[in-house]
Design a protein around this ligand. Structure first.
Ligand SMILES: [Fe+2]
Length: 242
């Protein structure tokens, strides 16, 4: 497994002000409610799944044609509506949606401000973004993605980069408030799930990761950026990300 400072998940809570972050929870959830209709079902592409047979939403062109032939009315659906239809139609229990609080133009440059754009929901998340800036975690940050899981919906075990040989050492923080989201990094050798137990964490997204189905709706936010020297020094992650 790829580790950071010999840890599978690095809990960063002692280096940030978690109480002012927790105080923002109702406002963040207000913004989620306000923009819920704009959430996009997460579409996973490539060979990134632990279970190669479960390419949720990653259907082939042939399968798509087959669905359209069998159910001609599907042609009237928008892309997102079609993904939702698939979520109900296929015999699966998982599914995650996301909101681009700040979107990136490419996967490779998601940490760079100049390669990212504000979205129609950014304004509603300004209190959260102000918190991120006030913590001086990043010298600058780029993409901000909010992940939403409905009750009973898990996030399938996957790795982020399309290739699994060398870690690009993505610099990001992963945030959840409360204990609803059962997020874990998966050890493919032992089958063990290592659960995140903090509010603000980071991990190597080259490792398989996912989340168990929750009893209640849950969310998490990931912020990609360039860690500040100050943050790397105080967290002891300087050498890892050098
Ligand atoms: Fe991921």
């Amino acid at each position: 497994m790829f580790k950071i400072n010999d840890e599978i998940i690095v809990n960063l809570d002692e280096y940030v002000d978690t109480s002012s972050l927790v105080a923002l929870k109702p406002q963040i959830e207000y913004a989620i409610a306000l923009h819920f209709d704009k959430a996009v079902p997460s579409q996973y592409v490539g060979d990134i799944f632990l279970d190669k047979g479960k390419g949720f939403l990653d259907i082939t062109d042939d399968e798509r044609v087959e669905f359209f032939n069998k159910y001609p009315y599907l042609k009237d659906l928008t892309h997102n509506q079609l993904l939702l239809w698939l979520r109900y139609h296929l015999n699966i229990t998982y599914g995650q949606s996301h909101l681009h609080v700040i979107s990136s133009r490419s996967w490779e440059h998601k940490h760079l401000r100049g390669e990212c754009d504000k979205s129609e929901v950014t304004e509603s998340f300004l209190p959260f973004l102000d918190w991120v800036e006030s913590q001086q975690i990043f010298s600058s940050y780029g993409r901000v993605n909010l992940f939403l899981n409905e009750p009973g919906c898990s996030t399938p075990i996957h790795h982020d980069p399309p290739h699994k040989h060398i870690s690009p050492k993505d610099q990001f923080i992963w945030i959840t408030l409360g204990d609803r989201k059962k997020f874990f990094v998966y050890d493919e050798n032992t089958g063990e799930k290592h659960y995140a137990n903090g509010t603000v964490s980071t991990f190597d997204n080259h490792n398989y990761h996912g989340s168990d189905p929750g009893k209640f709706a849950n969310w998490s936010i990931r912020v990609d950026g360039v860690f500040s020297e100050e943050f790397l020094t105080k967290t002891g992650m300087f050498r890892h990300f050098q």
